[in-house]
Design a protein around this ligand. Structure first.
Ligand SMILES: [Zn+2]
Length: 498
């Protein structure tokens, strides 16, 4: 088996564990049609690389071979997701499997320089804390995106904002992605939400306008220029109404906050999302038994019918297995589902009506963009290339170091990596567990490498700890065997993987 195929098997296992952390090894092997020999070898390799940790699975019956569960490694790769909303920003650090290790959130005043300045400082502190464990960054913004720029976010009042200032290139050439909030919400629903498991899904996200995405076989359909999913600009509205995009009759002009204000005879609102929420709340209050009818209810019902009809258009055109409705659309289903569903069914082509694609509320509310950004950040690194980069960054220095150490010495090591990162390692040469295992502590620079304790020398068994697949990529290595002693070994020559 070639190295390329071995790497691909490794990536396939990582993807399965990302989707279902804690999956039993035997179940992962079945899902990937791998032999037990191949999965054992692959998992051992991934464990060695701090990507997976293996634990005994609880015995479910008296018979059956014992198996293990596959979990994210506690020192494994991390992603950072940033979601800039109309009123708040959120930042989440997540490990394989999508579990968040930390989340920060704060309201903001919509000044782009101020918001990006605060976020850049926050990301700097995360980089300092987690070092090269951070492998990718994804940023969600409520507007149209081109490359790493926010082209336009009408509701934020931002135009042509460069978001790459959040993660400058000198922090490493790891993936930095920028995407639209509706698109990321679609990813969240397809991978971890109401549409999880469906092969083909459409997500309709209602915020300041309508957006979303079509996802086929788990992949976003982005279009020729990456701007697919601008569902709000399909001409499902009144042809007389001009849209901010420059066209006339866009669907947005029938459902956005300004449209609701027009129906209520009120001036266009400043913050359309907050305004729509207020009107929805008033409409909901009027549904209580005995409450007087209110104009808000009629307006919200009209919007609900428009959403139902448009969703039918999406079903007819795209043939999704499931349609999810997110953002304000979730509230709309709850308040005016009795208007929305009939309009949806009436708009479907007749042959679809006996088994219409389910129209479901999204699982994720305001956190959809953040969850989706985390998922896309992992998609970008769970690749052969991502695995190679991780292997090189993590273990490049340890094998040479162990080979040169006296057996039994308690070795502390400081390595300066190719991305100007520093790693601090501590392990006992000659211990039963080699490169992986107890005693190895890696992370961002931990300092205190002058406090080295020396263990009792043992017979020279150090060389058995050299792992053939560990690469050395020009790392400068300092290591010490004695109190306050330091010795410069590197820079080391690069060796290929395998
Ligand atoms: Zn438009």
């Amino acid at each position: 088996m070639t190295d390329r195929r071995r790497a691909s098997a490794a990536v396939a296992v990582l993807r399965v564990v990302h989707r279902q952390p804690g999956i039993e090894r035997a179940a992962a092997a079945r899902r990937l049609a791998m032999t037990s020999g191949l999965i054992t070898e692959t998992v051992a390799r991934l464990t060695c690389l701090d990507l997976l940790s293996e634990h005994p699975a609880p015995r479910t019956g008296a018979r059956g071979r014992p198996t293990t569960t596959l979990d994210p490694h506690p020192r494994g790769p991390l992603t950072v997701a940033v979601a800039i909303g109309h009123e708040t920003w959120q930042v989440a650090v997540a490990q394989l499997g999508g579990m968040e290790l930390g989340r920060s959130e704060s309201p903001h005043g919509r000044d782009p320089d101020e918001v990006l300045g605060v976020l850049a400082a926050h990301l700097r502190s995360l980089r300092k804390r987690h070092g090269t464990r951070i492998r990718s960054v994804a940023v969600s913004v409520p507007g149209t995106v081109a490359d790493n720029r926010l082209a336009q976010a009408a509701n934020l009042g931002w135009n042509d904002v460069d978001l790459s200032v959040l993660w400058p290139r000198d922090r490493g050439a790891r993936p930095f992605l920028v995407g639209n909030d509706a698109t990321f919400s679609a990813v969240a629903e397809a991978r971890r939400g109401s549409a999880a498991g469906a092969a083909s899904t459409a997500h309709l996200f209602m915020g300041a306008g309508l957006g979303g995405a079509f996802i086929e076989d788990g992949r976003l359909v982005l279009g020729a220029t990456g701007t697919a999913g601008e569902f709000g600009h399909m001409p499902f509205g009144d042809p007389a109404q001009p849209c901010r995009c420059g066209a006339r009759g866009c669907w947005n002009t029938a459902v956005e906050g300004a449209a609701i204000a027009r129906l209520l005879g009120q001036p266009p609102p400043g913050d359309e999302v907050s305004y729509s929420r207020q009107v929805f709340a008033a409409a909901q209050a009027s549904l209580a038994p005995g409450a007087p009818p209110r104009a808000e209810r009629d307006a919200v019902q009209a919007v609900a019918r428009s959403i139902g009809t448009g969703a039918a258009g999406l079903a007819n055109a795209l043939d999704p297995g499931i349609i999810t409705l997110g953002g304000l659309g979730r509230d709309l289903l709850e308040i005016a589902g009795d208007q929305l569903y009939p309009a949806y069914l009436a708009g479907l082509m007749q042959f679809r009506r006996p088994a219409p694609p389910p129209l479901l509320p999204a699982r994720f509310g305001d956190e959809g963009p953040l969850v989706g950004a985390t998922e896309e950040a992992f998609s970008a690194i769970l690749t052969d290339e991502g695995l190679r980069a991780w292997s090189a960054a993590r273990r490049r220095f340890l094998c040479r170091l162990v080979a040169g150490a006296r057996a039994g010495a308690d070795v502390h090591a400081l390595a300066l990596g190719p991305e100007q990162d520093q790693q601090f390692g501590r392990f006992q040469a000659g211990a039963a567990e080699p490169v992986r295992g107890a005693g190895v502590e890696l992370g961002g620079f931990a300092g205190r490498h002058d406090e080295v304790e020396v263990g009792e020398p043992k017979p020279d068994a150090a060389r058995q700890h050299v792992h053939p697949f560990v690469a050395l990529v020009g790392a400068q290595i300092h290591f010490g065997f004695g109190r306050r002693e330091e010795h410069l070994v590197g820079p080391q020559p690069a060796r290929p993987l395998g």
